[in-house]
Design a protein around this ligand. Structure first.
Ligand SMILES: *[C@@H]1O[C@H](CO)[C@@H](O)[C@H](O)[C@H]1NC(C)=O
Ligand SMILES: *[C@@H]1O[C@H](CO)[C@@H](O)[C@H](O)[C@H]1NC(C)=O
Length: 188
């Protein structure tokens, strides 16, 4: 039905399902960022038909192997599912993925202006524990405020410990109480 209205367009990447959960609108640069399996896309809001910019950001081979050995689903679990995209500063986004059940984060350079066509990822990643869920099939909720990241998610491999975590901070990283049912409980 939507296709018939000609206001929408079907989109796929290399004919694989995108498996995306999050979008971020960037109204300064007129882009929309999409986090999916092993890829982050940047689409032009003014012309969605334009070829998107994209970065390929897979989990390391070792992590993928470990993930499979742990009995996780190779297709829907053992990849780097990007679940956090936040604007960090004028030039950089902060992004995190499930990293084949070993969360990772890094900075992504989107340039100063859209015309620059810059979209590159910082090769050195940091641990995404407390920033992004291990399991890509449960939600991670995040917000960036003054270069501090607040994430709500399960912070452990087993998915039993739910918390809101403050990180990327010059202050101490903090988390909500572990055994306090008034704080955050079963956030699925
Ligand atoms: C949008 O992008 C497509 C593909 O690059 C191009 O063919 C089309 O002319 C563009 N439309 C507008 C309104 O700029
Ligand atoms: C934004 O943050 C990144 C990562 O810390 C840094 O490399 C870059 O220079 C910063 N850009 C600006 C405009 O402050």
């Amino acid at each position: 039905e939507l296709q018939e209205t000609k206001t929408s367009e079907y989109f796929s990447l290399f004919h694989h399902p995108l498996d995306y959960r999050i979008l971020l609108m960037d109204e300064d640069q007129d882009r929309i960022y999409v986090g999916s399996k092993d890829h982050i896309l940047s689409l032009n809001i003014n012309n969605i038909s334009q070829e998107p910019l994209s970065v390929f950001w897979p989990a390391s081979t070792i992590k993928v192997e470990e993930c499979k050995m742990a009995g996780k689903d190779p297709t829907h679990g053992c990849g780097n599912f990007v679940r956090v995209i936040q604007a960090f500063n004028r030039t950089h986004l902060y992004v995190c993925g499930s990293g084949a059940f070993s969360p990772v984060c890094t900075y992504l350079n989107r340039g100063r202006r859209s015309e620059d066509q810059v979209f590159t990822i910082d090769s050195k990643c940091e641990s995404g524990k407390g920033r992004c869920s291990f399991n890509p099939n449960v939600n991670t909720v995040s917000v960036m405020i003054n270069e501090e990241l607040f994430s709500g998610m399960y912070i452990d491999f087993m998915g039993t410990d739910a918390a809101i975590f403050r990180s990327l901070t010059k202050r101490n990283a903090v988390r909500t109480d572990q055994h306090n049912s008034k704080w955050l409980s079963e956030p699925l």
